[in-house]
Design a protein around this ligand. Structure first.
Ligand code: PBG
Length: 332
C-alpha cells in the first residue's frame, strides 16, 4: 500500500459531501445578510438613476432614489450603506473646501436618510478625492501629496459627517496620523459614539478604475496614488498599519481590494481578532458582472462564491456592490 492510501477507507471525504443535508451539517462558514455593507453612489438632481458604464447594474442615485435604496437595504436586513458622492467638476478646487461644507452632497444625504430610515447605519468615505480638482485623496503642493495639512482637512470633513449623523466614518486616504487626529477631534466635539472603520491596508490598485469613473475622478487624477497607498507586494506592512490604526482609535479595520488580498485578511484576523472587513472593489465587481452579462460565468454562483471567500478568509463583513443581490438570494 502506498503511504497516501494508508488511511483509506477509514477516511472517505466524500461521505460528508454525499447529500445536501450532510453538506449543510459539515459546512464551516456561513454568509449572512448581516455581513454586508452596500456602497451607493449619490448625485444631485431629482428622479435620476444614472448608469455607470464600467459597473453594469450600478447607478448614481439622486436623493429620492437613494432614499428608496436605503429603504430597500433596511427591508432586506442589510445593516449599513456607504455613501460615495459624484461631484460636479465646478465644485472641485485645489483646497477641497467643499469636503467640509455642511451642505455638501454627502452631508445632505446623511441627514435625509437618517431621518427616513433611522435604524440603517450610514458609513461615509473620508478622503478629499471627490472634491479635489487634481483627483488625489490629499492636498497637493508642487506635485507632492501633503500629509499633515491633509489630516487637518480630513478632520474637518469627518466632524461635519459626524454632525450630520454618520454612524461609521471610513477614512480611505492613507495619510499617516489621521485616525488619532479624528478620534481626538470626535471626542472633543462630543461625538464619542461615532465609529471609525479605517481603510488601514489600502493598496495602490488597478481595480479601482470603475469607481473613479463612477465618482467622476478618472479624468481629474494627475499621476497615481503610490506615494500613499500600499505596494501590492507588501504583507507585513499591512499588519503594522492595522496595529497603528487600532492604537490610534479605530474600531474596525479594512483590507482593500478584496479578492487579490485574501491572504492579508486572514493574517489580520489571526493577528488581532478585531472586526475585519474587506472591500470587494469596483473592478472586482466589474469582472464578475461583466463576465456574467456575457454568459461566460454563472453570475449568481460566482457572486456567492466570491463572498464566501471573504468569510473563509476571516472577514466579519464585506463592502460589496453585490449587497442587494446577495441579500435577496440569502433571503430566499
Ligand atoms: C477614494 C476611494 C477609492 C475607492 C474608495 N474610496 C478610490 C481610490 O482610492 O482611488 C475605491 C472603491 C472601489 O473601487 O470600489 N478615497
Amino acid at each position: 500500500m502506498r503511504p497516501s492510501q494508508a488511511a483509506y477507507p477509514a477516511t472517505r471525504f466524500r461521505r460528508a459531501r454525499r447529500s445536501d443535508a450532510l453538506r449543510r451539517l459539515t459546512q464551516e462558514n456561513l454568509l449572512s445578510v448581516n455581513d454586508l455593507i452596500w456602497p451607493i453612489f449619490i448625485r444631485d438632481g431629482v428622479n435620476i438613476r444614472e448608469p455607470i458604464a464600467s459597473m453594469p447594474g450600478v447607478f448614481r442615485l439622486s436623493l429620492d432614489q437613494a432614499l428608496k435604496a436605503a429603504e430597500e437595504a433596511a427591508d432586506l436586513g442589510i445593516p449599513a450603506i456607504c455613501l460615495f458622492p459624484y461631484t460636479d467638476p465646478s465644485v472641485k478646487t485645489e483646497g477641497c473646501e467643499e469636503a467640509w461644507n455642511p451642505d455638501n452632497l454627502t452631508n445632505r444625504f446623511i441627514r435625509a436618510i437618517k431621518d427616513a430610515v433611522p435604524d440603517l447605519a450610514i458609513m461615509t468615505d473620508v478622503a478629499l478625492d471627490p472634491y479635489n480638482s487634481n483627483g488625489h485623496d490629499g492636498l497637493v503642493r508642487d506635485g507632492v501629496i501633503l500629509n499633515d495639512e491633509t489630516v487637518e482637512a480630513l478632520v474637518k470633513m469627518a466632524l461635519m459627517q459626524a454632525d450630520s449623523g454618520a454612524d461609521i466614518l471610513g477614512p480611505s486616504d492613507m495619510m499617516d496620523g489621521r485616525i488619532g487626529a479624528m478620534r481626538m477631534a470626535l471626542e472633543a466635539a462630543g461625538h464619542k459614539d461615532v465609529a471609525i472603520l479605517s481603510y488601514s491596508a489600502k493598496y495602490a490598485s488597478a481595480f479601482y478604475g470603475p469607481f473613479r469613473d463612477a465618482v467622476g475622478a478618472s479624468g481629474a487624477l494627475k499621476g497615481d496614488k503610490k506615494t500613499y497607498q500600499m505596494n501590492p507586494a507588501n504583507s507585513d506592512e499591512a499588519l503594522r498599519l492595522i496595529e497603528r490604526d487600532l492604537r490610534e482609535g479605530a474600531d474596525m479595520v479594512m483590507v482593500k481590494p478584496g479578492m487579490p488580498y485574501l491572504d492579508i485578511c486572514r493574517r489580520v484576523k489571526d493577528a488581532f481578532g478585531v472586526p475585519t472587513y474587506a472591500y470587494q472593489v469596483s473592478g472586482e465587481y466589474a469582472m464578475i458582472q461583466g463576465a456574467a452579462d456575457r454568459g461566460w460565468i454563472n453570475g449568481e454562483a460566482a457572486m456567492m462564491e466570491s463572498l464566501m471567500g471573504f468569510k473563509r478568509a476571516g472577514c466579519d463583513g464585506i463592502l460589496t456592490y453585490f449587497a442587494p443581490a446577495a441579500a435577496r438570494l440569502l433571503r430566499n
